[in-house]
Write a protein that binds this ligand. Structure first.
Ligand code: 2P0
Length: 337
C-alpha cells in the first residue's frame, strides 16, 4: 500500500514483455466486443498506480451483450476517437485517455481511428471504461494479428483500467490480485459456474458525471481513510462467501455478501478526508426500500459502485414483482437470453 514506490516497471515495460517477438505492422482493421461487468466483491485501492495493481482480489459478473464494441483502423497522423457516433475533441478527457493508451502500442508516427459504441446506455451510469478498454485491447490484438492468450489480454486491459481486466471474460470472473511487483500474476480468471436465473436491475438516480472519479476516490481512500485498514480482511472474508454462494446457487448468501461488501467499500470512502460520498438522498431511500422489501419476504439485495446509482440483485421469479416496485427498472440477465 505504498503506492508502488519500489516498483520500477512501467506500462511500456509490460507491453514490451508481452508483445516480444510479435508483429507491429497493423492490418486493415480490428473490431471486437467486450461486456461490462459489475463487481460483487469490489476492487477499491491500488498497490501500484502505474500498473493498476490492486490491493485485493475482486469478483464480478459480466453483463452478456451489454458492453462496448470497438473498431480500430490505422489513420493519421493524429488519432480520431469517435464515441457513439460522435467525434470527440482531441483534448477531451476520454480521447486523451485513449490516445495515451494507444501510445503504448503505436508504431512511430502512426495514428488511429477508434470507433467505440456502447451497447449500454452511457447515461444510465454503468461504467463503460471496463468494457471499453477490454474491447480496445481485443481490437488491437486483431488489428496487429498478435493472437495473444486471454490472460495476456487481461493484463493489457488492466493497464488501461483496472476493472477492464475482468471484462475479457463472460460470466463470473475473479481478478486475482497477485503479488509480483511487475503485476504479471495480476489478471482475471473465469469461474466455471453459470446462474441463468440471476438478474440485475439498474436503478438510475443520476446520469451526471461524478465530482470525484473512482481513480482519485480510491487513491484518497487508501491514503487517508483509517477504515481502509479493515478492507483487505473484509474482502478476504467475502470472496469465499461469494464463491460458495455461486457454487451452491444460494441466492441469499450471494446477495448478503455482495451488499455487505459494497457498503463496507463505501464506509472506507466516507471515512476518507475529504470524504468521498457518492450517495444521494435518493440512493439512501432505495437502500431502505430494499431492506423493507426484504423484511416483507422478497429476495432482493443491492450493490453500488463509485456513483449514486444502485444495482439490484434478484432472481428471475421476482422480476415482475420488482418491476412493480421500482418504476423504470432496467433488468439485465447476465447469463442470457
Ligand atoms: C469495481 N470500481 O470493482 C470497483 C467498485 C468502482 C467501485 O473498478 O483507476 O475504473 O481505471 O483502475 O477500474 C472503478 O475503477 O479504476 C472500479 P482504474 P476503475 O468495479
Amino acid at each position: 500500500m505504498d503506492g508502488g514506490s519500489e516498483n520500477m516497471a512501467t506500462k511500456r515495460d509490460i507491453v514490451g514483455r508481452i508483445l516480444a517477438g510479435r508483429g507491429m505492422k497493423p492490418g486493415a482493421a480490428g473490431c471486437a466486443f467486450a461486456p461490462a461487468n459489475i463487481a460483487l466483491v469490489k476492487y477499491w485501492g491500488k498497490r501500484d498506480e502505474e500498473l493498476n495493481l490492486p490491493v485485493t482480489s475482486s469478483l464480478s459478473v459480466s453483463l452478456g451483450r451489454l458492453g462496448s464494441e470497438v473498431e480500430i483502423q490505422p489513420a493519421g497522423p493524429a488519432d480520431v476517437v469517435v464515441l457513439n457516433g460522435q467525434e470527440l475533441p482531441p483534448d477531451s478527457s476520454f480521447a486523451r485517455r485513449v490516445s495515451a493508451y494507444l501510445d503504448l502500442f503505436r508504431p512511430a508516427g502512426a495514428g488511429f481511428r477508434v470507433d467505440a459504441r456502447n451497447t449500454i446506455p452511457t447515461a444510465a451510469g454503468f461504467a463503460s471504461s471496463a468494457s471499453g478498454f477490454a474491447a480496445l485491447v481485443r481490437a488491437l490484438d486483431q488489428l496487429f494479428g498478435w493472437r495473444l492468450e486471454t490472460r495476456e489480454l487481461s493484463i493489457l486491459a488492466r493497464l488501461g483500467s483496472g476493472s477492464a481486466c475482468r471484462s475479457v471474460y463472460e460470466g463470473f470472473v475473479e481478478w486475482r490480485a497477485g503479488e509480483a511487483a511487475d503485476g504479471m500474476d495480476s489478471y482475471a480468471v473465469p469461474l466455471a459456474e453459470t446462474w441463468p436465473d440471476l438478474r440485475m436491475g439498474l436503478v438510475v438516480i443520476s446520469g451526471e458525471e461524478k465530482a470525484v472519479g473512482s481513480r482519485a476516490g480510491m487513491k484518497r481512500t487508501v491514503e487517508t481513510s483509517p477504515l481502509y485498514r479493515a478492507w483487505p480482511a473484509k474482502v478476504a472474508a467475502d470472496l469465499p462467501e461469494v464463491r460458495a454462494a455461486i457454487r451452491e446457487r444460494d441466492f441469499h448468501r450471494l446477495g448478503r455478501a455482495a451488499e455487505s461488501n459494497a457498503l463496507a467499500m463505501h464506509a472506507t470512502m466516507i471515512a476518507a478526508w475529504p470524504p468521498v460520498i457518492y450517495w444521494k438522498p435518493e440512493s439512501l431511500a432505495v437502500m431502505k426500500r430494499v431492506a423493507e422489501l426484504r423484511a416483507q419476504g422478497l429476495a432482493v439485495y443491492f450493490t453500488m459502485d463509485a456513483g449514486p446509482n444502485l444495482k439490484l440483485l434478484f432472481e428471475r421469479k421476482d422480476e415482475f414483482a420488482l418491476g412493480a416496485k421500482f418504476s423504470g427498472l432496467q433488468v439485465v440477465a447476465p447469463f442470457g437470453p
